[in-house]
Write a protein that binds this ligand. Structure first.
Ligand code: KG4
Ligand code: ZN
Length: 334
């Protein structure tokens, strides 16, 4: 089956703690429904995989039904089913994958698997008709911290990742140290607004012989020691200094990577790119209009089905083949 101009794709996302479903037509988002289980993970300070799975099971069909209803389409209108196949939590991924396969069989629609990390970048690429290439891709999420060289949609060269915590994970752990609820990124950003980013001289890690790789676990430990020796009155300064150290490191490494191959643009994706301070710092680091920075729309920064549907649609246009029904999920990207 080939997609035509009016083709409609259903996208399904269940890699972590968000159950997402979206209907996309030719890159236009007709609906984008997300049910998060973040509330039940709060007391653990991070995602509790088994609980996330239970919530996916409860949410997946209602979320899909709502996405279809909001887009005012019925199953017979759908031309393609796109599903996040990884990386993510194994149990969570399987729920989305099995649902997508079941719908593909019963509705007799082609199925396509989409890489969740690529979809985060594609969310930023959707902001321009003609992505300037080659570009630097930066994924900053709860599960990933990556730099990639993008030669085209689907053509990536991995430049570096984190050797320990992902940047969003570090925000979530620092939030717990500061007594803030999960997910901690937005809370740390809020608290940091009242603090002095230069009060504590925190630094993100340098990885020997791998200057573009990231390491945030030492930074997190420095925050732990600072918290132990401080009172809550110092917490805004700790939050601001942590945020400054983490983002300065991202900006510095992004600049080295972009200069190395002459990036024509930057595409940034993942939940952490909601952060205003990150956006300001990146803009300061890349002031030239000849290397613009593209960010996803706010509703596409966190995990969602729309980025899965949109990238699935693009992949299927390029190669209109339904995946075999033994398509597998995967937990790690590299
Ligand atoms: O992309 P995402 O939904 O999940 C993964 O694919 O992992 O990102 C979630 C992460 C969480 O760690 C959350 O704390 C972080 O993004 N985050 C932020 C902000 N908003 C969300 N981190 C820093 N500042 C923010 N404003
Ligand atoms: Zn994600």
């Amino acid at each position: 089956m080939r997609l035509c101009k009016r083709s409609i794709t259903l996208g399904i996302e269940t890699t972590c703690d968000e159950t997402g479903a979206s209907v996309v037509q030719n890159g236009q988002i007709l609906s984008n429904i997300v049910a998060s289980s973040a509330d039940i993970h709060q007391k653990y300070g991070g995602v509790f995989p088994e609980l996330a799975c239970r919530r996916h099971i409860l949410a997946i069909l209602p979320v899909i039904q709502e996405a279809l209803a909001k887009a005012q389409v019925t199953p017979s209108d759908i031309d393609l089913i796109a599903v996040a196949k990884g990386p993510g939590l194994i149990g969570a991924l399987l729920i989305g994958m099995q649902t997508a396969k079941g719908l593909s069989i019963s509705w007799q629609k082609p199925l396509i698997g989409v890489n969740h990390v690529e979809a985060h970048l594609f969310a930023a690429m959707m902001e321009t008709q003609q992505p300037p290439l080659p570009a630097l891709g930066i994924v900053l999420s709860g599960g990933h911290t990556l730099l990639l060289k993008i030669s085209d949609v689907g053509e990536y060269e991995h430049l570096s990742s984190t050797v320990d915590d992902a940047i969003g994970e570090a925000f979530d752990k620092v939030a717990t140290l500061l007594g803030l609820p999960y997910p901690g990124g937005p809370q740390v950003e809020q608290l940091a607004k009242q603090g002095n980013p230069l009060k504590f001289s925190f630094k993100a890690g340098h990885v020997k012989k791998s200057p573009l790789s990231f390491s945030f676990s030492g930074l997190k430990t420095s925050v732990l020691y600072a918290v132990r020796e401080s009172t809550p009155a110092d917490y805004p300064d700790i939050a601001a200094s942590f945020q400054h150290a983490a983002f300065s490191d991202v900006a510095k490494k992004a600049k080295i990577a972009a200069d190395r191959f002459g990036a024509q643009a930057l595409f940034v994706g993942g939940g952490v790119c909601n952060n205003r301070r990150l956006r300001e710092l990146m803009q300061e680091t890349f002031p030239s209009p000849s290397c613009p920075i593209f960010w996803p729309k706010p509703e596409l920064t966190l995990d969602n089905g729309a980025m899965i549907a949109a990238l699935g649609e693009r992949q299927f246009l390029k190669k209109p083949l339904s995946e075999p029904l033994d398509l597998e999920v995967f937990t790690r990207i590299w």
